[in-house]
Design a binder for this molecule. Structure first.
Ligand code: HPA
Length: 277
């Protein structure tokens, strides 16, 4: 059998030994949303370190655990801390948690992240509904023998971020009075921030925001048939758009400042997505 699938199945068995909770929706928490779980009715938690073979997050400020419980009555599994390509893992390992949440039963994936704003109309602290992505700077997570048990060899990517879910989220934002930009997310490898020339190039390619995660997870989720949606917190203006040098501290500070609003938006969106089923 396929090595990547073998490892995934072992992780699934390790989770099944400890967790009985059956999530409907998977939520990946980006910078600033780490404390989302404080508002959940938490039933079970599972540190990644207790799952043999699971890649560990090494970024400061990221906890590493699955949190199982209810948000607005919806059974969810939330990832407190994600795995990034720049940490040195293979891109197949980066998407292992996404696939694992699919195997736990999640039919939907809600992605969040912090991103740099490329679109000149964006301001730090804005939220952007991800309408599409550019992932050509990072290897596809689907490279290698196809896992037929999960999905097809040549999956369609013409609507990675579900139009139906996007409409619901736009309505949720309007109902909560939270302004929501929309745009295209481009994933880089990181860990360095970009040069101004790179940002100009990405803008010409059609990107509105840049970050170091999300698109590969979205692709893996589409491959295994999950419905996907995502929101970026624009934590800073991208290199050259802002006159200031970028720092992880600035990204974290802005993300933390708007965290309560981000939490409100995501909570409402999850409830509305569930209600619209
Ligand atoms: N570039 C890349 N990744 C990011 C940025 C950025 O400006 N901000 C937050 N994540």
């Amino acid at each position: 059998m396929n090595e990547v699938y073998e490892k995934l199945k072992k992780c699934r068995e390790a989770v099944a030994e400890k967790i009985t909770f059956k999530p409907e929706l998977a939520l990946i928490l980006g910078s600033g949303l780490g404390d989302f779980c404080d508002t959940m009715d938490v039933k079970e938690t599972l540190p990644y370190s207790e799952i043999e073979g699971f890649p560990k997050s090494t970024v400061a400020g990221h906890k590493g655990q699955f949190v199982f419980g209810y948000s607005g009555g919806v059974p969810i599994v939330a990832m407190q801390g994600r795995v990034h390509y720049y940490e040195g893992y293979s891109v197949q390992d980066v998407v292992l948690p996404t696939r694992l949440m699919h195997l736990m039963g999640a039919k939907m994936l809600f992605l969040t992240n912090a991103a740099g704003g490329i679109n000149p109309s964006f301001r730090a602290g804005d939220f952007m509904l991800i309408c599409d992505h550019i992932c050509s700077l990072v290897p596809s997570p689907l490279i290698g023998a196809n896992i037929d048990e999960l999905g097809t060899r040549f999956p369609d990517m013409s609507e990675v971020y579900s139009r139906r879910l996007r409409t619901i989220i736009e309505n949720s934002a309007a109902a909560e009075g939270v302004p929501l930009q929309r745009g295209v997310y481009i994933q880089t490898t990181g860990p360095n921030y970009e040069t101004p020339a790179e940002i100009r190039a990405y803008g010409r390619l059609g990107a509105d925001a840049v970050g170091m995660s999300t698109a590969v997870e979205a692709m893996a989720a589409r491959h295994c048939g999950m419905d996907v949606c995502g929101i970026s917190c624009i934590s800073n203006l991208a290199s050259g758009i802002s006159a200031n040098p970028l720092s992880h501290k600035e990204v974290q500070e802005t993300a933390d400042r708007v965290a309560p609003l981000f939490r409100k938006l995501v909570t409402r969106a999850i409830a509305d997505i569930h209600a619209a089923k």
